[in-house]
Design a protein around this ligand. Structure first.
Ligand SMILES: NC(=O)c1ccc[n+]([C@@H]2O[C@H](COP(=O)([O-])OP(=O)(O)OC[C@H]3O[C@@H](n4cnc5c(N)ncnc54)[C@H](OP(=O)(O)O)[C@@H]3O)[C@@H](O)[C@H]2O)c1
Length: 429
């Protein structure tokens, strides 16, 4: 007999938890398969904290693991966050009992996804995480389910709204990174400790999950190459604009016969590319596949309402009874993640040098690049008033990262070069 009434335990009553409780109290019968979803237990750190909804009638659990194991709920929703600690312990407790789990926790799935998938599948319990990537904008189900009949070659996206907001504001207002970050923190767009966002780690969690879903391998966060936006200078944003590009934090996953390359970098994106058009706090994803071709999706990647909508969609899937492997294939058959050596990866590059304003400098830089095997595509020199040196900017044709690094090391040693050259990749999309 099909189960109709679902009792849900919710651990974590912050931004996403609040959105979910509000939604379920307004629309308990939202699931397309019919039936009702009602919250029968909650857990958070502080019971007395004021919340935007009434929890006085809901059974309270100090310990989220006890809530996960409680026989008074048959679906556990984890909205605490963090790759380890109470979130992981609670998810494991629920799965060990064969209880379906829905989570928005990208850190948990990116870092422990393979072992949790193995546990979930061994116990026959769904483990769903649509909200973990791009919040309410569909990404996980699209890659895992809608594209299963295709062969995804690459996935690249803007997966962190805070970084996108900061870069957009830097360009629009001609303001420095630190200035915009401080404002974003005041407005609540950035955390008090912004490291996970601006350091690129949050985007790396999300792209590690997408890589696993797209390529049928186990997620392997530790293999991601990560650079954040904290070193992006306003000058680079302005020079990139003169060259026809915007600087975006691009998280990408590429598959080749050698393996998978997962990276997060501030990258130059051609101004007319759809990813360059996604401004403010928007997220966007660009997928290239063998049969469908190019796919682009854009939308909010965070926020109480949008993220809770994705959690609710997963709850609806559980209520429908649909069950499939946690990743693209059963956990026991996921391919091992074979990382590609980033030094061998080929990309076009943007290089900025700060040089003394004297004859022969440009020739010396060009010769050093040519000797190292780097071929110049375009060149821009801009006088900057009252500056200590003159910035010169080059874009290169596609070149191996190792060749580029050698060339940069040599140029940094030239007497007329005032600081280590700045390297930014030009996105391969
Ligand atoms: N915010 C978004 O827009 C968004 C988007 C996509 C995915 N996510 C993911 O969703 C999850 C939740 O994010 P959020 O923004 O809602 O976080 P949040 O606002 O910081 O809320 C976290 C909640 O977890 C509770 N909590 C913390 N430690 C706990 C513990 N030891 N035991 C029980 N409860 C504990 C907190 O309790 P108190 O309220 O008592 O402090 C709070 O209610 C994270 O994995 C996040 O990455 C968030």
């Amino acid at each position: 007999m099909t189960k109709t009434d679902w009792r849900i335990g919710v651990a974590g009553l912050g931004t996403v938890g609040a959105g979910l409780l509000n939604f379920l109290s307004e629309r308990p019968d939202f699931a397309p398969a019919g039936g009702r979803a009602s919250v029968t237990g909650v857990s958070a750190r502080s019971r007395s904290r004021p919340r935007p909804f009434d929890i006085s009638n809901l059974p309270w659990f100090d310990d989220p693991v006890a809530l996960a194991a409680s026989p008074d709920n048959d679906l556990f929703v984890e909205l605490i966050g963090g790759s380890d600690g109470p979130a992981k312990a609670a998810v494991e407790a629920a799965l060990n009992l064969g209880k379906p789990v829905v989570t928005a926790n990208k850190a948990l799935i990116a870092e422990h996804g393979a072992e949790l998938a193995a546990l979930a599948e061994a116990k026959g319990a769904p483990l769903l995480f649509e909200a973990a990537v791009m919040g309410g904008t569909p990404a996980v189900k699209m890659v895992r389910e809608a594209l299963v009949g295709d062969e995804v070659k690459s996935v690249a996206g803007i997966l962190n709204g805070t970084c996108n907001y900061i870069l957009t504001e830097m360009e629009a207002g001609g303001r420095a990174f630190a200035d915009v970050l401080a404002e974003a923190q005041r407005l609540g767009y950035a955390e008090a400790d912004p490291t996970m966002d601006v350091g690129g780690f949050d985007a790396a969690h999300k792209i590690s999950i997408l890589a696993a879903l797209a390529f049928g391998c186990a997620p392997h966060y530790a293999a991601a190459e990560i650079e954040g936006i904290d070193q992006v200078a306003l000058l680079d944003i302005q020079l990139a604009k003169d060259l026809g590009y915007k600087i975006k934090l691009i998280a990408s996953a590429d598959r080749s016969p050698e393996g998978v390359l997962v990276r997060v970098h501030p990258s130059l994106v051609a101004q007319n590319h759809p990813l360059a058009q996604a401004g403010g706090a928007l997220n966007a994803l660009f997928i290239e596949s063998a049969r469908v071709g190019r796919i682009f999706v854009q939308g909010p990647g965070a926020g109480s309402g949008p993220t809770a909508a994705a959690v609710a969609a997963d709850i609806a899937d559980v209520m429908t009874g649909a069950q499939r492997p946690v990743f693209q294939k059963p956990a026991t058959t996921l391919s091992p993640f074979t990382p590609v050596d980033p030094a061998k990866s080929m990309s076009r590059a943007y290089l900025r040098f700060l040089v003394k304003d004297e004859p022969g400098v440009i020739a010396a830089v060009s010769e050093t690049l040519a000797e190292a095997g780097v071929s110049i595509e375009s060149f821009l020199q801009k006088p900057v008033e009252n500056a200590e040196g003159v910035p010169i900017v080059l874009t290169t044709h596609a070149v191996a990262e190792s060749v580029l690094t050698t060339a940069i090391d040599r140029i940094a040693g030239l007497p007329a070069v005032l600081e280590r050259p700045r390297l930014l990749r030009i996105a391969r999309i």
